[in-house]
Design a protein around this ligand. Structure first.
Ligand SMILES: *[C@@H]1O[C@H](CO)[C@@H](O)[C@H](O)[C@H]1NC(C)=O
Ligand SMILES: *[C@@H]1O[C@H](CO)[C@@H](O)[C@H](O)[C@H]1NC(C)=O
Length: 785
């Protein structure tokens, strides 16, 4: 009794807490206590003064009722009345109170926890007496294929319930006695390495193992139990799988079963991995599924690995591999290459010239009809026959070449090509590809002059260098500005370099200009050949005749007009001056200049005449009607003998003076005579001499007139060439028709004195030839010769 007291004190843990809420008391009681009862557990601090109250112990259901725990009112000790079984109840929660009869609490409640301390009074036992287990051939050694289950009723976590497993016996002990190994703590049964290698040789398909379970851990003592494990060796069903072909876009309910694996031995669960990650799964029965539609273009192939694992996720064997091949469906249209910049093809490129090669990509399975793309030209629509086609397309390769029909430089064409898969058969997919093509210019046109033959150009000899002769214009049918640039040159006719060409680099006009002085003597005309060429090299046939232009330049001679020695002439003449008197001589200023032909322009009175060649001015007849002191002005014209258009004129002023005394002339009548023709009205009528008292010198004048016939009057004219020149046979204008071409009066008065002679020449008025009617009339007129 005293010993029990002492022992119990060791477990007493008094705690000082406020009275209102006493601290819990904790007491441990050995299970199956073998000493005397009641066993005092702990002293409660009951108040001494409150003695008339009643002590009540309450707690877990039934504890108080059974009277298991009580308080000794004398000593205030809590006591237990009999032995406790931990396996029945391991702990008790008690409340001790001191109450009045009418259940008023005088003290407490004082909580007390009573724990039953375990004793190894329980024997471990297997969950079954005999276990039936399958072991698949091919199971790796050391990988548990079965876990033994055993239990022990003693307190968990103590050595009393710490179990160890052992194989006591293996039957048969063939081909090795230690075919199996059992992990002592877990009870995990596995093939030993030895067993693994010899299992293939083992004919036996069955082993019986006697196994033991013992508590108290690794201590030699303890309770133990045995069981048998019947191990059946079964065939390995963990065999390689054939590849699975799955159509992409497959329209079936998902998940869709695709394969089955099976591990033949032991508890198994399956684990699946996909490389690359894919929508695949495996269920507990080893059925493999695809969980959603596949897309071959995203991933064409998967490699699945399936593991068979025991309950501890250890692999029984190497994983099985399953190849999943996604089969193609024609779900991709050919894709055209991106539209690039325009393809430039030079004009006149020969048929067959490569233009472009279209290569449409089809994402469907390579080298299957789904990705077999063929091509068809949509635009420009292929013409028939082939000669009319500008482009040819190879339907297989997609290469576009030039056709037979020529294209024009500057043309922009958008090629449209249909790319079709399934080799172009019905039901395929297609896309339209576009290729812009530009036909570029080449320099195939030579420049040409708009006119090759230029009207002759006349230039005066004194035209200044720099003078524009003519402007030539050329054209070029090419488009490219560089191919239209022109170069001009004088190819022939300008050996002296008299001319030059002038043009702006980008102009089609070239100016032919004079570079040096012209000389009529050196070259009265120039025939210039001007050529035009492209600056850039010409492609194709050379320039035609239009590349040459001929310009004829005619040089106009420039001769200075004749000049007389004086600007005006004057003479003073007595009014009695007889006909034929020399008054003065008009001369060129330069005696070496070309000969001049002189004439009087407006000698309206007919008083004067001028020798055509010598320029001597004579009186032509007596100055009848002139008054002393009067002035008479006539205009003298001097023509260049070689160049009749060149002429000059000067005035001649005659001052009349008083007459000189003169003898009276004797007049002899001269009958009228007809010249040239016997017919009076067609001929020239000569009459005179007339009586004229004023006439000086007494020379009888003759007057000449054309007959009255109108035809004669029209076609002929009469001119005295020699005037009346005393003592000078040949007269004033011997042998020359100085006034040819100008109108003269049809009646002309002339005169010849006795002893003189007159020469009259009749000249056709309009004909090119002078037709003398009678070369010499002297004898007929004067009778003097
Ligand atoms: C060209 O003519 C002009 C005027 O007629 C003259 O002054 C010049 O000297 C001449 N030049 C040559 C190179 O003969
Ligand atoms: C002749 O012409 C000149 C110049 O025109 C003139 O001065 C003169 O009076 C004219 N003479 C006669 C006779 O008409």
């Amino acid at each position: 009794m005293v010993a029990a007291w002492l022992w119990l004190l060791c477990f007493l843990v008094p705690q000082a807490l406020p009275r209102a809420q006493p601290a819990e008391l904790y007491v441990e009681v050995p299970e199956n206590y073998g000493g005397n009862f009641p066993l005092y557990l702990t002293k409660l601090l009951l108040p001494r003064e409150e003695t008339e109250g009643q002590i009540v112990v309450s707690g877990d259901a039934g504890v108080a009722g059974e009277g298991l725990f009580a308080v000794d009112p004398e000593s205030g000790f809590l006591l237990v009345t009999r032995a406790l079984d931990r396996e029945e109840q391991a702990e008790y929660q008690l409340q001790v109170t001191l109450e009045t009869e009418n259940r008023r609490v005088l003290w407490g409640p004082q909580p007390v926890r009573v724990r039953v301390k375990d004793e190894n009074d329980q024997v471990p036992h297997f969950s079954q007496a005999t276990y039936k287990v399958h072991l698949s051939r091919g199971t790796r050694p050391g990988v548990p294929f079965f876990f033994l289950e055993a239990s022990d009723g003693d307190e968990p976590g103590t050595t009393n319930s710490d179990l160890r497993f052992h194989i006591l016996n293996q039957a048969p002990a063939q081909p090795a006695s230690d075919m199996f190994q059992l992990e002592p703590r877990l009870g995990a049964l596995a093939l030993s390495p030895e067993g693994s290698t010899s299992l293939e040789k083992a004919l036996e398909g069955y082993y019986q193992l006697l196994v033991q379970v013992k508590d108290m851990g690794d201590q030699a003592s303890g309770h133990q139990a045995t069981a048998t494990i019947d191990v059946s060796i079964v065939e390995n069903t963990w065999v390689p799988l054939d590849p699975v072909h799955l159509a992409e876009n497959l329209q079936v309910p998902y998940p869709h079963h695709i394969a089955q694996v099976h591990w033949n031995g032991g508890d198994v669960h399956y684990h699946l991995e996909s490389q690359p990650q894919g929508p695949f799964d495996v269920d507990t029965e080893g059925k493999l599924y695809v969980t959603q539609e596949l897309d071959r273009e995203a991933q064409a192939e998967y490699l699945l690995q399936v593991w068979a694992q025991n309950t501890h996720s250890e692999d029984y064997a190497a994983p099985l591999e399953l190849q999943v091949v996604v089969t193609d469906e024609n779900d991709n249209a050919p894709i055209c290459p991106p539209r690039g910049p325009s393809v430039s093809i030079p004009e006149l490129s020969p048929p067959g010239t490569k233009v472009a090669k279209i290569s449409a990509e089809d994402a469907d399975a390579p080298s299957s009809p789904n990705s077999h793309v063929v091509y068809q030209l949509l635009s420009p629509e292929p013409e028939e026959p082939a000669e009319l086609r500008a482009f040819e397309l190879d339907s297989t390769s997609g290469s576009v070449t030039l056709g037979a029909a020529q294209l024009q430089a500057g043309q922009n064409i958008l090629l449209q090509v249909l790319a079709m898969d399934l080799g172009g058969t019905d039901g395929g997919l297609s896309s339209t590809c576009e290729i812009p093509v530009t036909i570029t210019d080449i320099n195939d046109h030579a420049p040409e002059f708009t006119t090759s033959q230029i009207e002759p150009v006349s230039l005066p000899e004194d035209a200044e260098p720099g003078t524009l002769v003519t402007t030539l214009t050329a054209t070029d049918a090419d488009l490219e500005p560089a191919f239209r640039l022109m170069d001009f040159a004088i190819e022939a006719g300008d050996e002296e370099g008299t001319f030059s060409l002038d043009w702006e680099p980008d102009s089609a006009h070239v100016q032919l200009r004079l570079l040096k002085n012209l000389s009529y003597e050196a070259a009265p005309s120039h025939k210039l050949v001007v050529v035009v060429r492209n600056v850039e090299e010409l492609v194709g046939p050379g320039p035609g005749p239009g590349a040459t232009a001929t310009v004829t330049v005619l040089v106009e001679r420039v001769v200075p007009p004749p000049q007389l020695d004086r600007e005006s002439y004057e003479a003073s003449v007595p009014i009695s001056t007889p006909a034929g008197s020399l008054l003065l001589t008009v001369q060129p200023s330069d005696p070496l200049s070309s000969p001049l032909r002189f004439s009087l322009v407006n000698d309206s009175e007919g008083w004067l005449c001028i020798k055509e060649i010598s320029g001597e001015v004579h009186t032509a007849r007596p100055l009848q009607g002139a008054q002393p002191g009067d002035m008479y002005t006539v205009l003298i014209e001097a023509q260049d003998a070689d160049e009749p258009t060149l002429s000059t004129s000067a005035t001649l002023v005659i001052h009349f003076l008083k007459a000189l005394p003169a003898p009276t002339p004797t007049l002899a009548p001269v009958p009228s005579r007809h010249l040239c023709t016997p017919r009076q009205d067609h001929g020239v009528v000569v009459s005179g001499p007339r009586e004229d008292p004023d006439r000086a010198g007494g020379h009888g004048p003759f007057s000449f007139a054309l007959g009255p016939n109108p035809t004669v009057q029209r076609d002929w004219r009469l001119r005295a060439l020699n005037g009346v020149c005393r003592g000078k046979p040949g007269g004033c204008g011997q042998g020359r028709g100085g006034a040819f071409g100008s109108r003269t009066p049809s009646h002309h008065e002339g005169g010849a004195g006795p002893g003189g002679s007159s020469l009259v020449t009749l000249i056709a008025a309009y004909g090119p030839n002078r037709v003398p009617c009678l070369p010499h009339l002297g004898p007929a007129l004067g009778g003097a010769s």
